[in-house]
Design a protein around this ligand. Structure first.
Ligand SMILES: C[S@@+](CC[C@H](N)C(=O)[O-])C[C@H]1O[C@@H](n2cnc3c(N)ncnc32)[C@H](O)[C@@H]1O
Length: 308
């Protein structure tokens, strides 16, 4: 067993939607601990697994070793098109994203993702780029407040940004938690989540450019699929889910013209059909055994036979 512990969510549902079988190529853009990837490979699919985190890729490579023809690449899923091309594959039969961070990343204090444990203010999923500490040092108070509002939907974004910039040091997760606790009035501490949850989410999304990677994937992945190819995405917060929902609606031919136009000018045409009406949510037994599954939402679409 690899040290990269992560309990995959909605495995049965993902498997039923992506229909892994011998002869199919399926892309897993967020390999993590390799749980989904292995479930797909076990049913005969050739899995192409991507992740930005070298530790995740080591764990996935170990789990995929018994299965033939699988590939494990250190790539951003926003570069899925290049990854698939680099393997000489003309098209794929399906793709999965299971967004966010894994339990292994979250639970390692050295990665700096958690407000529960003290660690360096890093939060990078891979070894490249600016750490959270560097980002917060470079940005102005106003820019930090914008990030907290847009990516964390944090209503105390301004006072928190002020405390972050005023803090005598901002080097560890504890420093960031302390700044949030100083900025938010005690009586306004949320009842159900830690007061620093939204700030940590926002900073992590900014450090890893998570929404621009998702947008690039949503733009490019449909063209990678063969007709009847399927796309399944699990999101964990509304910023991601909204993007997925909007793009899937567009692929299903929803008109995106402003309502004031007398007739459609955007040329909306359906190239996909929905496979999930409402988002699929984990059942109570799964949430009981894996509390991190609580906020998962799975949506999937299938490319039409006639689509280019
Ligand atoms: C929730 S975990 C996936 C868990 C995986 N499905 C499993 O069964 O173990 C998300 C993974 O996606 C990776 N990740 C997040 N954003 C990424 C991106 N833009 N490109 C590649 N990997 C990414 C993270 O490093 C993390 O390992």
């Amino acid at each position: 067993m690899s040290a990269f512990a992560h309990e995959p969510v909605l495995v049965e549902e993902v498997t039923a939607l992506l229909q892994p079988a011998a002869g199919k190529v399926l892309l897993d853009g967020t390999a993590g601990g390799g749980g989904h990837a292995e479930a797909l490979a076990r049913r005969g699919a050739r899995v192409v697994a991507l992740d930005r985190d070298p530790a995740a890729l080591r764990a996935t490579a170990e789990r995929l070793r018994p299965y033939r023809d699988c590939a494990v690449l250190r790539r951003d899923f926003g570069e899925a098109r290049e990854a698939v091309a680099s393997l000489g594959l003309p098209a794929i039969d399906g793709a999965l994203l299971d967004l966010g961070v894994s339990s292994a990343q979250l639970d390692d204090p050295g990665r700096g993702f958690s407000f529960q444990a003290d660690g360096p203010l890093d939060m990078r999923m891979g070894p490249e780029g600016e750490t959270a500490r560097e980002l917060l040092a470079r940005l102005s108070e106003e820019e930090i407040a914008d990030i907290l509002r847009e990516l964390g939907e944090e209503r105390f974004c301004r006072p928190i940004a002020r405390e972050i910039k005023r803090a005598p040091r901002m080097e560890t997760t504890r420093d960031l938690v302390a700044a949030v606790e100083r900025a938010v009035p005690r009586r306004a501490f949320p009842a159900k989540i830690h007061v620093a949850t939204r700030t940590f989410q926002a900073v992590r999304i900014a450090v890893n450019h998570e929404l621009s990677s998702l947008d690039a994937f949503l733009r490019d992945a449909p063209a990678l699929l063969r007709p009847r190819g399927r796309l399944a995405i699990i999101s964990f917060h509304s910023l991601e889910d909204r993007r997925v929902k909007r793009r899937f609606a567009e692929l299903r031919g929803r008109c995106t013209c402003p309502p004031r136009l007398p007739s459609c000018a955007c040329g909306a045409r359906a190239s996909f059909r929905p496979l999930t009406g409402r988002a699929v949510r984990p059942g109570d037994p799964e949430i009981a055994s894996n509390p991190r599954a609580r906020s998962a939402r799975l949506r999937a679409v299938e490319k039409l036979e006639a689509a280019a």
